[in-house]
Ligand binder design. Structure first.
Ligand SMILES: [Zn+2]
Length: 103
């Protein structure tokens, strides 16, 4: 009798990423305020009352924090460049106005 077992190879393909996360499109409202019910341990939209998945809410906050931090870093670097340019221009103006010493 012939063995008709089917062998399925689950070896990952090379293009399989090391890490992946399942991303679900969640039907969320666009309101920003939430209300946490400590008794039921559920989170609701403050405006429309729709129940919000707490993990999704925390994840959204974490992503926003990363974006804000990145933006803050960029703006800090831009401010530093402007300060440096201003200081350099000021030094040049002072040098032009300062009479040169003759030995
Ligand atoms: Zn809402």
């Amino acid at each position: 009798m012939e063995d008709k077992k089917k062998i399925i190879d689950f070896k990952p393909r090379e293009e399989t990423p090391q890490f992946s996360a399942k991303v679900q499109k969640e039907s969320r409202c666009t309101h920003l305020g939430i209300e946490a019910d400590e008794t039921s341990r559920k989170v609701f939209c403050r405006e429309c009352g729709k129940e919000i998945d707490p993990f999704s809410w925390i994840l959204a906050l974490a992503k926003e924090e990363v974006r804000a931090e990145s933006r803050w870093y960029y703006l800090t670097m831009q401010a530093k460049k402007i300060e440096d340019r201003y200081a350099q221009n000021r030094r040049k103006r002072v040098e032009k106005l300062t009479p040169k010493k003759k030995d």
